[in-house]
Design a protein around this ligand. Sequence first.
Ligand code: SF4
Ligand code: SF4
Length: 100
Amino acid sequence: MVKRKITSRYEAAWSNSEGPLLSLDTGTWRTRRPVVDKEKCTYCGLCALYCPPQCMIDLKDHFVPNLDFCKGCGICVKECPPGAATMVPEGEFHRAGIKG
Ligand code: SF4
Ligand code: SF4
């Protein structure tokens, strides 16, 4: 059995309930990342509900993605009622020197 380095613990649909959860490093798949505008976020929680790897972090007045696991699928952005979340190309963060 291959042992994976665990950087965080999150639940996911495919997780083994007997081991650490969400151990797949899906953050490396991403070409775009969701960015949440805190001022527009209504804290409805739909992004967290629909996120496939369940990697949205609850900051108690808005949500942000855990970039270790966010694979950039964009579902949270599609499901965001007020349009508070947008997908931004990773290249923009690399050019600005911002790491995920
Ligand atoms: S883009 Fe959104 S829904 Fe998709 S993995 Fe990242 S946080 Fe989750
Ligand atoms: S779906 Fe949009 S408005 Fe609702 S909590 Fe997520 S980012 Fe905020």
